[in-house]
Ligand binder design. Structure first.
Ligand code: ARG
Length: 279
């Protein structure tokens, strides 16, 4: 097992050293990227990007970003264009590195696989840095902080504190840290309902099908603003940090970190965040 692992590792390293952005594993096998969005709305940034559906490590000067674009204000659709904090920071990073950004929208729990397999060059999706994920992919430096919060129906008797979750029906977006954290409560008697989109979990809450939703603070604010009768509990659930994920050993980590550091220095990262999150 160890031998196989190190062989794979060595292969990956050799590959990235030898051909860099030309990439390993070929783009042939990566010809289909799962997406939850209709094909014509799946990609933004270049006119012909909708027809390109596999990542190519900078071939044609493009970098493919895997995301799940139902996560306002980080990534969401404005008409058929994906906008948001992540989309704009990614665009600024690609500008600095001299690449055209192509955004591939997919289920959140497909992003890491897409990056691992080379279908996408990087993943950016309000993605929290966790030790478990670090086993599968590398993270760049972090670009912002976040908090997992609890959304309930206004005046909820069932869930008033974090502790009450232990006996509640909890809605989460599948594969997110919210999902991972509350899964610990299953042993206490909680029931977890996992949805493809955060919005679907929130809809289930509005319809009384779940007692609470655990999700990132900023999307939570957007959901509460869009759905009457929902509130965010004051007690935070968990603090986190977001970063961009790349394939293990990829030289893209260093490049992105360089661009990100410059953008932080120039105040561009704050500017983008403040554009979408009003103090
Ligand atoms: N921060 C959470 C996580 O990393 C949720 C991210 C969900 N992002 C999205 N674009 N749907 O698991």
């Amino acid at each position: 097992m160890k031998k196989i692992l190190s062989a794979i590792l060595a292969g990956t390293m050799m590959c990235s050293m030898a051909i860099g952005f030309a990439g390993c594993g070929g783009s042939g096998e990566a010809s289909k990227t799962e997406t939850t969005a209709p094909a014509e709305t799946k990609a933004v940034s270049t006119a012909d990007s909708a027809t390109k559906d596999s990542a190519n490590k900078g071939e044609n000067g493009e970098l493919h970003m895997a995301t799940n674009a139902f996560f306002e204000p980080y990534e969401y659709y404005e008409n058929d264009k994906i906008v948001g904090i992540d989309a704009e920071i990614a665009e600024a990073i690609c500008d600095k590195l001299g690449y055209t950004l192509v955004i591939d929208d997919m289920d959140f729990d497909s992003i890491i696989t897409a990056v691992q397999s080379g279908k996408a060059d990087f993943g950016m999706a309000g993605m929290t840095v966790t030790e478990e994920r670090k086993q599968a992919i590398d993270f760049t430096d972090t670009y912002t902080n976040a908090v997992q919060v609890i959304i309930v129906k206004e005046g909820s008797d069932k869930v008033k504190t974090k502790d009450d979750l232990k006996t509640a029906v909890i809605g989460v977006q599948m594969g997110t840290t919210g999902d991972i954290y509350v899964s610990d409560y299953e042993a206490d008697g909680a029931t977890i309902e996992r949805f493809n989109k955060g919005a679907d979990a929130v809809l289930a809450l509005a319809q009384g099908k779940v007692d609470a939703v655990v999700i990132d603070n900023e999307p939570a604010k957007a959901f509460v603003a869009q759905n009457e009768g929902l509130v965010i509990l004051d007690e935070p659930f968990e603090n986190e940090e977001y970063a961009i994920c790349v394939a293990k050993g990829s030289e893209l980590t260093e490049k992105i970190n360089g661009a990100l550091a410059a953008l932080k220095e120039e105040g561009k990262v704050d500017e983008i965040i403040n554009k979408y999150i009003k103090a």
